[in-house]
Design a protein around this ligand. Structure first.
Ligand SMILES: *Cc1c(COP(=O)(O)O)cnc(C)c1O
Length: 383
C-alpha cells in the first residue's frame, strides 16, 4: 500500500446502525442517509455503495459535486436529494438525471422551472421553509409567490417534499426554539395545504430530532451522524437510554484509522523530543515514529495529549505533532517492532480510541473531526 495510513469501514457496523435506525422510525418513515462532508469523513464513494448494500435507497447531500460523486459510485439507482448548494448551471444536470433538490428562494424555483421546461422534464423539489433556523428556507412572505410559480409551472415542477431544519435538536437548551420551529412548520404546511399545495413527504428531523422529538419524523428522516455510529450529543444518548431502559450503546462505529510504526528510536533521559522543548524525556525511552501528522487531520492540538493503540496497549503522543509524523512512547510495550499496526482511531484488541475522547482532547466536535479526515487517505471496506 502506497499510503502511510488508511481508514477501514466496517460493513457489519453499518448494517447494525441502519437496522437500528429503521427499527426506531418504523416502516412508515423513510430513512435518508446524509452523506455530506464526504460522508462525514468516511468517503462518499465507499460509503455510498456500502450503504446500498445495507439497504439504503435514499441519500441526502449538500452540494451538486457531492451528488455527482455519489451518483457515479452507486451500484443501483437511488433517490438523491441535494439539500444545499446547487448553482443554476448545475440545475440542468440535476434535473436531467432526476435528482431532487431543496429550493429556498424564488429565483432558484423559477430557474428550476424554466430549466425543466427547456429539458422537457420535471424538476422534483423540496420546499424548504424558514421556521427559525435563519439559515436557508423560504420566509412566509414568499409563499404566495411560490404558489404562483408552482401553479404556472405545474407541468414542470413536482413538489415532492416540504421541509425545514432545526437549530440544534441535540441540545435541550434549544428545546423551546426547536418546538417553536416544529409548530411553525405545521402551521405553514397547513396554510400551503389550504391553498392547494400538497407534498408527499414532510420532513424535518436530523439524527437528534429523530430520537428526541419523534413527532418531528413525519414521512422521512435525514440521518447523518448516527448511521456512522455516533450520537449527535451525550444528551441525545442519555435521552435515548432513559426512554428505552437500555444500558448498552446500540450503535457501532464504522471507522478504524490505522497506520504502522515507521521506525523506532531510543532516547536518553533528559533528551528533548521533536520540535522545540515541550517534551523532555523523564527516563531512557523507546519511541515509535508514526507516519501521520496534522497534514492528514491528526490535530496539532493532540501534541503531548493524544493516544494511539499498539499491540493492544495505549501509547501517548510525546512532543509536538508534526506535519507528517507523530511520536509515541512505546517504552513499556513488550516486543514492539517496526511495522507494527498503529490504531489512531477505533479498536485494537480490547482497547479503543473513541472519536469523542480524541475530539475532546483536540476540542473538536465529533462532526468536525470526522469531516476533516482527508480525502486522500484510502478507505477500505472490512466486514
Ligand atoms: C447535516 C444535516 C442533517 C443530518 O444531521 P445529523 O445531525 O448528522 O443527523 C439533516 N438535515 C440537514 C438539512 C442537514 O444539513
Amino acid at each position: 500500500m502506497f499510503h502511510s495510513s488508511y481508514i477501514e469501514l466496517s460493513k457489519s457496523a453499518l448494517q447494525n446502525n441502519i437496522t437500528f435506525l429503521k427499527q426506531q422510525i418504523g416502516p412508515g418513515v423513510k430513512l435518508s442517509s446524509v452523506i455530506k462532508g464526504n460522508a462525514y469523513g468516511h468517503g462518499i464513494e465507499p460509503f455510498g455503495s456500502l450503504a446500498q448494500q445495507c439497504g439504503v435507497d435514499h441519500f441526502s447531500v449538500f452540494s451538486a459535486d457531492e451528488a455527482q460523486r455519489l451518483y457515479a459510485a452507486l451500484l443501483q439507482p437511488a433517490t438523491i436529494v441535494i439539500m444545499g448548494f446547487l448553482d443554476n448551471d448545475e440545475l440542468e444536470w440535476a434535473i436531467q438525471h432526476e435528482l431532487e433538490f431543496f429550493v429556498f428562494e424564488p429565483d432558484r424555483l423559477e430557474a428550476a422551472a424554466k430549466t425543466a421546461k427547456a429539458l422537457g422534464k420535471k424538476a422534483v423539489i423540496h420546499l424548504e421553509l424558514e421556521t427559525g433556523m435563519h439559515r436557508t428556507g423560504f420566509d412566509t412572505g414568499y409563499l404566495p409567490a411560490v404558489q404562483t410559480l408552482l401553479n404556472n409551472y405545474s407541468d414542470h415542477v413536482h413538489l415532492k417534499g416540504i421541509c425545514t431544519h432545526f437549530a440544534g435538536a441535540e441540545s435541550f437548551q434549544n428545546h423551546q426554539r426547536v418546538t417553536a420551529q416544529l409548530e411553525r412548520f405545521i402551521e405553514q404546511v397547513k396554510q400551503l395545504q389550504a391553498t392547494g399545495l400538497q407534498a408527499e413527504q414532510l420532513h424535518t428531523a436530523s439524527s437528534a430530532a429523530t430520537i428526541s422529538y419523534p413527532q418531528s419524523r413525519f414521512d422521512l428522516v435525514r440521518v447523518g451522524i448516527m448511521q456512522y455510529g455516533f450520537w449527535p450529543s451525550p444528551e441525545t444518548y442519555t435521552y435515548y437510554t432513559s426512554q428505552n431502559k437500555e444500558q448498552n450503546d446500540p450503535l457501532q462505529r464504522l471507522i478504524n484509522w490505522k497506520s504502522r510504526i515507521m521506525t523506532l528510536k531510543q532516547v536518553a533521559q533528559g533528551d528533548y523530543i521533536g520540535y522545540g522543548t515541550t517534551f523532555k524525556a523523564p527516563r531512557d525511552m523507546v519511541l515509535a515514529i508514526v507516519p501521520v501528522g496534522y497534514a492528514w487531520g491528526y490535530s496539532r492540538s493532540l501534541s503531548n495529549q493524544g493516544q494511539v493503540l499498539i499491540r493492544g496497549h495505549r501509547a501517548g503522543v510525546v512532543g509536538i505533532v508534526s506535519m507528517n509524523v507523530l511520536t509515541v512512547d512505546v517504552t513499556d510495550i513488550p516486543d514492539v517492532t517496526q511495522g507494527d499496526e498503529v490504531v489512531l482511531l477505533g479498536k485494537q484488541k480490547d482497547q479503543s480510541i473513541s472519536v469523542a475522547s480524541f475530539a475532546e482532547l483536540s476540542t473538536q466536535l465529533n462532526y468536525e473531526l470526522l469531516t476533516r479526515l482527508p480525502l486522500n487517505i484510502p478507505r477500505l471496506i472490512v466486514d
